[in-house]
Design a protein around this ligand. Structure first.
Ligand code: FES
Length: 183
C-alpha cells in the first residue's frame, strides 16, 4: 500500500502539470509541446527538360544596316594648303544631311544662316551644300530645292531636304560645305 501511493507521488512529481489537471488535458498539452513526428515522405523529384545551368541561346544579331560614309570638305584651306575634311558614317536612308551634320557638330551655315535659318523647314535656303561625289546615293532634288537653287549649279543641295541613302544602298558621299564661300 505504501509502495503504490509513493509511486503515484513520483509520477505526479515527474509531470510538469498541477495535480488538478485532468489526464485528457495532460495528453493534449503534452502532444502540443512534443508533437509526434510526421511520417517521412520523400518528395517526388521533378525533372525538367530545361536545365537551369544552361543559358538560353543568345538571339541572333540583327543584320548590319547599310551605311553611307560621308566626307565633308571645308571651304577654305588650312595653313598647309589642304582643305579640312570631316568624316562620319550614317545608316542609309534614316537621316537628313542637315541632321547628320548637326549631330556631328559639322558646320553647315554661314554666319547669317546660323542665326536666321528656319530650323530645317525648307523656307530659308541657307543650308546649302555641294555634292562633289556620290549624288546617286541621295534622294532627288525636291521642289523646295528647285525653287531656292534655280540659278545655282546642279550639284548644290539644301541639306535639310537631302536624305542620306535610301535604306538599301551604301557607299561614299563627298560634300562641300559652304560652297558659296569656297576658295
Ligand atoms: S534650314 Fe532652312 S531651308 Fe534648310
Amino acid at each position: 500500500m505504501a509502495t503504490t501511493s509513493s509511486a503515484a507521488a513520483v509520477a505526479l512529481v515527474s509531470l510538469p502539470f498541477p495535480a488538478s489537471t485532468s489526464s485528457s488535458s495532460r495528453v493534449s498539452a503534452l502532444s502540443h509541446r512534443n508533437p509526434s513526428p510526421r511520417p517521412f515522405r520523400a518528395s517526388p523529384i521533378r525533372c525538367s527538360s530545361a536545365s537551369p545551368n544552361v543559358s538560353p541561346a543568345a538571339p541572333a544579331p540583327a543584320p548590319a544596316k547599310p551605311q553611307i560614309e560621308l566626307e565633308f570638305v571645308g571651304p577654305k584651306p588650312g595653313a598647309d594648303g589642304s582643305y579640312p575634311v570631316d568624316r562620319v558614317a550614317a545608316a542609309s536612308g534614316e537621316k537628313l544631311l542637315r541632321d547628320v551634320m548637326s549631330e556631328n557638330k559639322i558646320e553647315l551655315y554661314a554666319p547669317y544662316g546660323k542665326v536666321m535659318n528656319c530650323g530645317g523647314g525648307g523656307s530659308c535656303g541657307t543650308c546649302i551644300v555641294e555634292i562633289i561625289d556620290g549624288k546617286e546615293l541621295l534622294n532627288e532634288r525636291t521642289n523646295t530645292e528647285n525653287r531656292y537653287l534655280k540659278k545655282k549649279p546642279e550639284s548644290w543641295r539644301l541639306a535639310c531636304q537631302t536624305i542620306v541613302g535610301n535604306k538599301e544602298n551604301s557607299g561614299k558621299v563627298v560634300v562641300q560645305r559652304l560652297p558659296q564661300w569656297k576658295k
